[in-house]
Design a protein around this ligand. Structure first.
Ligand code: GUN
Length: 283
C-alpha cells in the first residue's frame, strides 16, 4: 500500500479561510488586525518569504506595515524601530525576518519585541511559556505540524514520536508540543548514536535537519507518519525535503511532501498567531 501524501497546501488554505472569517467578525466590532513585518537588507530568500507573508495577510484581511531597512542599518536603528512598533497600539504583531545581517545580534533584537506582539514565538518568554504550559505564542512551523496531525485525525496519545533536529525554531518547540499531545518524545540530533534504529521506533517521525533526501526507507517503521520540515535543493537544484519521499512510500502510512506540506502551514499559523494576539492583548 502506498502512503497518503498529506496536502499541506489545502489544510493551510482551510485555516486561512477560517482566519479570514474571524478577521471579518473582528472588523465588524471595529477591531482591525495589523501585522508589522521588518526586513533588513536584500536577502533574496527573505524577500520571497516576506512577500508570501504579506500576500497571506492581504488574503486574511489584515492591515500590513512593511518596514524595509538597508543592509547597512545600525542595530540601534532596528531596535528603535522595534520600540516604536511595541509602543504603537495599532500594531498587534511584530515579525523581524531572520537572518539579520552579521553585524546585528539576533537574540538582542528578538528580546526587544514585546512578548504580547511576538507572533513568531521566538522571544524567551514565549518559549518559556510553551515549556510550562502558560498562554503565549507558539513558533509557527511546529504549531502548523500540530494542526496537520489534528486535522488528519492522527492520534498522538501514547505514540512514539522521534524528532530529528534540535533548533530553537522547530525541534525544541516541537518536542514541547508533542509532550502536550501525550506522545513519548525522543529528540535526536547530529550526535545521536544509531540514528536509524532510533528513527525506526517512531510512530511519528518529524525531520528538521536540512539535508536533502537524507531519510530513506531504512529509517522508517512500517505504518509511520512522516513529517518533513526540510527545505533543501537536490543535486538538480530542485526543491526537496529531508526525506526521500519516493523511497519511503511503501513503508510509511502518511507523509508530508516538499513543497506543499509543512511550508504553507508555517505562514497559515503566523496568521493564526496574529489573530490570537488580539486575544492575548485584551487579557
Ligand atoms: N526566517 C526563516 N524562517 C523564519 C520565520 O519563521 N520567522 C522569521 N522571523 N524569520 C524567518
Amino acid at each position: 500500500m502506498s502512503a497518503q501524501i498529506i496536502n499541506g497546501k489545502e489544510i493551510a488554505a482551510a485555516i486561512r479561510a477560517e482566519i479570514k472569517e474571524k478577521v471579518a467578525a473582528l472588523n465588524e466590532q471595529g477591531t482591525e488586525v495589523t501585522l508589522a513585518v521588518v526586513l533588513v537588507g536584500e536577502n533574496p530568500a527573505s524577500q520571497v518569504y516576506v512577500r508570501n507573508k504579506i500576500r497571506a495577510c492581504k488574503e486574511c484581511g489584515f492591515i500590513n506595515r512593511e518596514i524595509l531597512l538597508p543592509e547597512t542599518a545600525a542595530e540601534e536603528e532596528l531596535l528603535q524601530k522595534v520600540d516604536e512598533l511595541n509602543e504603537d497600539p495599532k500594531v498587534n504583531g511584530i515579525l523581524v525576518q531572520l537572518p539579520l545581517p552579521s553585524h546585528m545580534d539576533e537574540d538582542r533584537v528578538i528580546r526587544r519585541i514585546d512578548p504580547v506582539k511576538d507572533v513568531d514565538g521566538f522571544h524567551p518568554q514565549s518559549v518559556g511559556a510553551l515549556s510550562i504550559g502558560l498562554p503565549g505564542f507558539v513558533s509557527c512551523t511546529p504549531a502548523g505540524i500540530i494542526q496537520i496531525l489534528h486535522r488528519q485525525g492522527i492520534d498522538c496519545d501514547g505514540k512514539e514520536c522521534v524528532i530529528v533536529g534540535r533548533s530553537n525554531i522547530v525541534g525544541k518547540p516541537m518536542g514541547m508540543l508533542m509532550l502536550r499531545e501525550n506522545a513519548t518524545v525522543t529528540m535526536a540530533h547530529s550526535h545521536t548514536k544509531n540514528l536509524k534504529e532510533v528513527c525506526r521506533r517512531a510512530d511519528i517521525l518529524i525531520t528538521a535537519i536540512g539535508k536533502p533526501k537524507f531519510f530513506n526507507h531504512e529509517y522508517i517503521k512500517d505504518g509511520a507518519v512522516v513529517i518533513d520540515c526540510g527545505i533543501n535543493r537536490d543535486e538538480n537544484g530542485k526543491l526537496c525535503g529531508d526525506v526521500d519521499t519516493e523511497d519511503i512510500l511503501e513503508k510509511a502510512k502518511a507523509v508530508t511532501p516538499v513543497p506543499g506540506g509543512v511550508g504553507p502551514m508555517t505562514i497559515a499559523m503566523l496568521m493564526y498567531n496574529c489573530v490570537d494576539a488580539i486575544r492575548l492583548q485584551r487579557r
